[in-house]
Design a protein around this ligand. Structure first.
Ligand code: SF4
Length: 374
């Protein structure tokens, strides 16, 4: 008897959000439709925020049926949405086709709405204070999977704004900021991440202004140098967390490859090229990196030629990550640290936290949302 051929699982249908404009146009032609239908389809996805082909009622039924047979809108499956801060923070746990987690956080304020997006499932960077780092690297997300998270947030925001409007409370109904600070290191998935930025920026589609994007990096120097040459000027945030090389390597293994001096040199060049202010993120850990002498050294580091860099320091009181023997800095230590920087002429603020109660704050994303309550 001939050996049995193992049956292969059928490939999942193509995700429409994974197709750029030219590939969408190819799909439309392949379906035997007129080219202008591609523009309609694109607008449904990025302007009308359709999450079902049947919502695209100006396309013929036959075309919609073809689209449903051969494609799906996106490839991330929402498994759980948790609410915090009176429903104004929402953390979505998505699963990829193979079950890998992806998390996205929407934060709604009276005057703005920010979505924090993942660029990878898990993360290879292994920062010691971060829950995502403990998962290791599972996947680089495609441009479409990065975009998809933003579209989820934009739809969710519309619902939140409509619910609050009924109670007479006005909230923004359009996203104002997209920050790449979720799971993963964006510069470790640069090509897909940048394609997502360009797609979301497209004035004929989602139309998010370049200055409303912020990318956060652990300090991958090649990524910083590449970003300086891009034509869209997005905001850059660097996770610094200590002015001392030895300690930084302990906290962030990436420092072995890109030590602090190289990082600051790249930031100086970035500022010289773009004339844009850079943010430094500094997670404060009690008794570890929150001493006044470290604040002094940080101030000196950020004044390489005796004048402050065009920068801003964002102090982040550390958020609890289970199983880590680290402590959150006391308020008095946070304020003393801030004071040293401000006295040195370096603008410095303490981040107001959102989503700590649902594990949605910085460094807390670990794909474990299914354990939590909706
Ligand atoms: S802090 Fe960012 S770069 Fe570091 S492990 Fe966590 S997700 Fe990765």
């Amino acid at each position: 008897m001939p050996p049995e051929t193992p049956t292969k699982a059928p490939a999942p249908p193509v995700s429409l959000i994974d197709l750029d404009r030219s590939k969408l146009a190819d799909l439309v032609t392949h379906c035997g439709e007129k080219p202008y239908r591609a523009k309609q389809l694109y607008r449904h996805l990025y302007v009308n925020l359709a999450d079902d082909v049947d919502q695209m009622t100006d396309l013929s039924r036959a075309f919609r049926e073809k689209l449903s047979d051969m494609s799906r809108i996106g490839s991330l499956h929402v498994k759980k949405v948790m609410k915090g801060d009176r429903g104004l923070t929402r953390k979505a746990l998505f699963r990829m086709d193979d079950g890998s987690p992806v998390e996205t956080v929407l934060m709604v304020y009276a005057d703005r709405a920010t979505v924090c997006v993942s660029s990878q499932s898990g993360c290879p960077m292994a920062c010691v204070f971060c829950a995502t780092g403990k998962l290791g690297h599972l996947h680089d997300l495609t441009a479409g999977q990065i975009v998809e998270q933003v579209l989820w947030a934009a739809r969710t925001l519309k619902t939140i704004a409509a619910d609050h409007a009924e109670k007479g409370e006005k909230l923004p109904d359009r996203l104002t900021n997209i920050v790449f600070m979720g799971m993963g290191e964006p510069f470790n998935n640069y090509r897909n991440w940048w394609e997502a930025v360009e797609r979301l920026h497209d004035p004929e589609g989602f139309n998010m202004g370049a200055r409303n994007f912020t990318v956060s990096t652990v300090g991958l120097v090649p990524g910083i140098r590449k970003l300086a040459d891009e034509k869209l000027q997005v905001n850059l945030a660097i996770s610094l967390h200590t002015p001392d090389d030895e300690q930084r390597t302990e906290m962030m293994p990436v420092n072995r490859s890109f030590p602090i001096a190289d990082l600051i040199a790249a930031v100086k060049d970035y500022i010289a090229k773009t004339n844009r202010r850079v943010s430094f993120e500094y997670v404060l850990l009690q008794g570890k990196n929150d001493n006044p002498d470290q604040a002094e050294r940080l101030a000196r580091l950020l004044k390489p030629d005796g004048v402050p860099l065009l920068c801003h320091v964002n102090l982040i009181p550390w958020n609890p990550v289970p199983g880590t023997p680290l402590g959150r800095s006391e308020r008095a230590r946070v304020l003393a640290f801030q004071n040293v920087l401000q006295q040195a002429g370096i603008p410095c603020t303490v981040r107001v936290e959102r989503g700590v109660d649902i594990g949605a704050a910085c460094g807390q994303l670990a794909g474990d949302g299914e354990k939590a309550e909706t």
